[in-house]
Each structure stands twice: as C-alpha cells, then as structure tokens.
Design a protein around this ligand. Structure first.
Ligand code: FAD
Length: 471
C-alpha cells in the first residue's frame, strides 16, 4: 500500500511510531515535510534546514524519499496523492488548534484517511482518555495526577532498516537528530551536567547551565521519551538526584502546555487567553520596537533581548523576565511579544511559546498572576553584571564608570557625563549617545536622576548636555 508519511514537528527517525508502523506493515512510503513557518530569523531557518536535510539522509537508508516543500500542506499534498497513487496518510498528532485545522483541511480536500499517531510528549498515550481543562488548572495538579496515574511508555526500538547518520562534529548546535542525540549523550553520560541541573538551571552564561534540549525538541529531532529514559538510566547508577528530578519536572511542563493547547482550542491563541480575561493594553510601536531591539532602558531586559536577536536563544529566566516586563510593565499586547519570539527563537514551539506567554501575561494558568521585579531578578541571577556586560558591552561599562564617578564624588551631588569619557572622545557623538543611554538605564532603575538646567527631565527627551544626580 502506498502511504504518505507527513512529517511536521517530528523530524527524526528514532522513537517514531509512524515510521515504525509503516516499515513493520511493509508499506511503500513517500515522505513529506512542509516548512511550518514563514517569518524566521536565519538562525531558525538554518537549524530547520539542517534537521530536514539529515532526516532526508536517514530516511534514504530505508529507501524512503523525502519531499521538502516550502508551501503549505494543502497546496502540496493533493498533487502528491495524485502523482504517487497514495492511499492514506500517516502523520503525528497535532496539539494546537491551528495545526489541527491544517490536517482537517487536508482530509476534507483530499477525501483520504489520515492516521494520527502521537509521540511528541511523555504521556501522550493518555491524552484522549483522561484529560480535562479542570485537570490542567493549575500545573501542580496536573503534575501530581500524571505522576500518580501515568507512566512514560518505553521508547520504540529503531527499525533495522533505518540508520542514523553518524554525528559530525561541526558545531554542537546543529540541527538534526544525530546532533540532538549527541547533546543528550554528552549532557547526561559524559559531562553529567544534568546532575547539577537543579543548581545551574537559572544560569545564563554557560552552555551546560541548562540542557539546551529545546532546540531539538521543538522540531522533534529528539524524542522526549528518549531523554526521560536516559535520565532514569543514569539515576539507577547514581541514585535519587535532584538535578534529574528537576529536569524531568521541566519536561512535564512541556507536556502540560501541549495538553493545554489541545484542550483549550482556539482560545489558546486569543488575547484574552484561556481564562477569557480582558486586560488593558496600550498601542505603542515605538515601545515595541525598543523592546525588540533591546533598548528599553532596563539593562536586564535589554541584555536578554539582544542575546535573542544575536543568537536565536534566550534562557528561561530571561524569557520570563522580558515577557513579564512586556505585558505587565510596558502593558503591550502580549501576542505581539509571542510573534517576535516565534520569529527569532530557534527552539520556537507554538504550545510552549503561547502557553508560557499567556501564563506570564496573566491570562493563562498562573494562579498568582505575578509581576516580575526585573531589577531584583537581575541582582539575584546576574549579581556581578557579567551577563549584562556580555550583551550590552560598552554601554554597561560606561554605566559602571558613571556609577564609580558618582561614588567617588559622594560629597557632590552632580557630575557632567562628559567627565565619564576620556578626553579624546569628548567630541564623539556616538559615544555621547552611549553615555546618555547608560544614564537612561540608571535612571530607569532609580539610581540617578537626569537634569538639564537644574530641572529633572524625562530621560527619553535628553538631547543636549545633561547633569546626573544620585537619587
Ligand atoms: P531546560 O531548562 O534544560 O529544560 C529542559 C526542557 O524542558 C526544555 O528543553 C523544554 O522542552 C522543557 N521546558 C523547560 N522550561 C519549560 C517551560 N517553562 N515551559 C515548557 N517547557 C519547558 N520553550 C520552547 O521550547 N519553545 C518556545 O518557543 C518557548 N517559548 C517560551 C516563551 C516564554 C515567554 C517563556 C517564559 C518560556 C518559553 N519556553 C519555550 C520555555 C523555556 O524557556 C525553554 O524551553 C528553555 O529555556 C529551553 O532551554 P533548555 O532546553 O536549556 O531548558
């Protein structure tokens, strides 16, 4: 029987029930993947291309051709069915309403049987039977229930016909299942960094501060069940371990948002969120742009936003802070924040992205509706300012210089920013702008006031010479 194996966010050949099913049942398989995004940073696009190209190579070992389409499934699938005489389609179970709509449209348009199999999450096999919105509010209830009642199924053994390309040591951050499996192996069995995960997970500087599995998980190039079982294997050797527990806890969060999307339908994508809660938002393109560029005046937010733009990644700590700041301090429409993340993040994952954003915007399932005190977080998680210095570079050094000059002159109430610059720079406009920008940051966190002609002024209106005063 001719079968179309339609890949989506399951770009792997290990632990893949659809692929195993086709091979075990002796189907003649044609595989397809359609790029599931339009807007994208180069980082994300490159990672996706790498995932897809390795998938093509790995499938070819079992004689399965992979078609890669840049247009939608609805445009691509009908002619393929026609050309190859395809009798039915196998694909992974979609979790959010928008992706489910796409599958429904294909079924309707092609009048063909589509079999959906699920291995995107730890607990997916229980999805249909026992899930309700009530169970998902709040997360802790879900987690307790899942752990008490469900078990994570064994990973599927790889079909003998498939071989996975050997890992090529180009860069650790390469798309494709071989690099994902290598990262898993290194993190769990070589460096054993997972054992310290509980202590390091909020770090923002080092590769091993957190697992970085999200890059591969987001595209399905790494199976969550494989991760789970590798961690449990190590645990059998080292005994109960907080690091391993904490990492599994995060994987359950991942399941949680996928299940929440599945159960809440289109409201998962609404501005009012799954709570149907309306809040006041302002429209301000200038503020939106400043947030995107990392020029809000809050150094912790800015450092994180610049990291995102320059690398395609941001830590979980950073994401929580910039999202809370966006929705609750700037009071901007949080769905615009989601869309920026969607475009920039290499590990962009619709359920995790929309679910976390609405949680922080106060329209999701956070029972406390908290607001992050971003500068307090900066002190707690970047007390030496090393992270901020890395991404803000000179501006933050200037900030330090301003602060130390103010400290030296503690008897005097004001200094002129030109004193912060070495003499040869005094006429340099760009450097003066940097001083002003550093001053604005300090003003935003209440360390100094900015004065012009003796009057305290709005820091965003600063143009000419300014004087700084400790507040
Ligand atoms: P680790 O800390 O090592 O965690 C291991 C795995 O657990 C992650 O790879 C991820 O799959 C899962 N996980 C960890 N934290 C969360 C969480 N808060 N929610 C759900 N799953 C989690 N994650 C994405 O994969 N894609 C996104 O588009 C995404 N957008 C986010 C947007 C916001 C506003 C916030 C606050 C979080 C978002 N996250 C997203 C979740 C989390 O920030 C990332 O999964 C994590 O930072 C990835 O790094 P890591 O793999 O080293 O995580």
């Amino acid at each position: 029987m001719k079968t179309l194996l339609w890949f989506h966010r399951d770009l792997r050949t290990h632990d893949h029930s659809g692929l195993n099913w086709c091979l075990e049942n002796g189907h003649e398989v044609v595989a397809l993947v359609c790029r599931p995004f339009v807007e994208s940073s180069n980082f994300k696009l490159q990672f996706w291309n790498e995932c897809v190209s390795e998938l093509k190579q790995n499938l070819s070992t079992a004689g399965i051709p992979l078609f890669i389409s840049e247009t939608s499934a609805l445009e691509t699938i009908p002619p393929l069915i026609e050309e190859y005489g395809i009798k039915h389609i196998i694909t992974h179970r979609r979790m959010n309403q928008r992706d489910r709509m796409e599958v429904a449209q294909v079924i309707e348009c092609c009048a063909i049987e589509v079999k959906e199999l699920g291995d995107l999450t730890l607990y997916e096999s229980r999805l249909e039977q026992e899930l309700s919105l009530d169970l998902l509010k709040p997360f802790t209830k879900f987690k307790k229930f899942a752990e008490a009642n469900w078990t994570v199924p064994d990973e599927l053994s790889r079909h003998q016909k498939i071989s996975i390309a050997p890992y090529q040591e180009k860069s650790w951050l390469t798309g494709g299942e071989s690099a994902g499996l290598q990262r898993l192996h290194d993190y769990v069995h070589v460096t054993h960094a997972c054992l310290n995960y509980h202590e390091t997970r909020n770090g923002m500087l080092e590769r091993d501060d957190s697992s970085k599995f999200s890059f591969w998980l987001a595209w399905g190039a790494l199976s969550p069940r494989r991760i789970y079982h590798e961690l449990r294997t190590l645990e059998k050797v080292v005994g109960p371990c907080q690091g391993i527990q904490a990492l599994i806890y995060e994987l359950v969060w991942r399941d949680y948002f996928k299940f929440l999307a599945k159960i809440s339908g289109e409201s998962f994508f609404d501005l009012e969120g799954i709570q149907h809660r309306s809040r006041e938002y302002i429209q301000n393109t200038e503020l939106l742009e400043r947030w995107r560029r990392g020029e809000t005046g809050d150094d912790f937010v800015d450092a994180n936003m610049r990291e995102l733009k320059l690398t395609g990644f941001m830590s979980n700590r950073g994401r929580q802070n910039v999202a809370s700041y966006f929705a609750k301090n700037l009071c901007l429409d949080w769905t615009l924040g989601v869309k920026w993340f969607e475009e920039q993040l290499i590990d962009e994952d619709p359920e995790n992205n929309w679910g976390n954003w609405q949680y922080l915007a106060g329209v999701g399932t956070d029972p406390r509706d908290r607001i992050f005190d971003v500068q307090k977080q900066a002190l707690a998680y970047d007390s030496q300012g090393i992270y901020r210095r890395r991404w803000l570079g000179e501006t933050i050094e200037l900030q330090d210089r301003i602060l130390s000059l103010l400290a030296i002159r503690s008897q005097e109430s004001s200094i002129c920013p030109s004193e912060v610059l070495p003499p040869e720079d005094k006429k340099n406009k760009q450097r003066m702008d940097e001083v002003r920008s550093a001053a604005r940051r300090l003003n935003a966190i209440g360390v100094i006031g900015i004065y012009q002609k003796g009057e305290k002024i709005d820091p965003n209106l600063v143009r000419g010479p300014i004087r700084l005063k400790k507040t």
